[in-house]
Ligand binder design. Sequence first.
Ligand SMILES: [Cu+2]
Length: 166
Amino acid sequence: MNMTQRFLKTNAALLAFISISFATLSIPNYSHSADKVEITKAWLRATPPSAMAAGGYLVITNNTDRDDTLVGVEFSQAGKSEIHEMKISDGVMTMRPLKQGITIAAGESVSLRPGGFHLMFMGMKSQLKDGQNYQVKLTFNHSGVMEIDFLVLSMGKGKKFMTQED
Ligand SMILES: [Cu+2]
């Protein structure tokens, strides 16, 4: 082996080593490793027989490194599903659809709870009974479509469920 060959061989090894090092460096920083928002405390309020509307609640935690927005909701048991905000203005409870959705800033958490943000289901095809389980599809700008299990609970149980520790 002459000097040139030896030099090339060493360099190839060095290059291989460098690319491996770069590959290692490109592993994401695990303090912000999540690539999707996390959903917890997902529940649907139990409805009386023949009720046309229902509400859904959950906590969205964004541990990714960019803001994400809940832009859509879909529920097979509802004719129409929307993202709503409930507010008291002039002593009157009002609700409005949030056309822009709900943005959860990077590192933040947002609760959809009775009296505030909520999922609104209209044209209900079936009664939601305490203890049942349904899948609801949530669409986020960055996290994409997520199929989430929602537990049906009475209002009292649901409020307790949201406040209890995991
Ligand atoms: Cu509503």
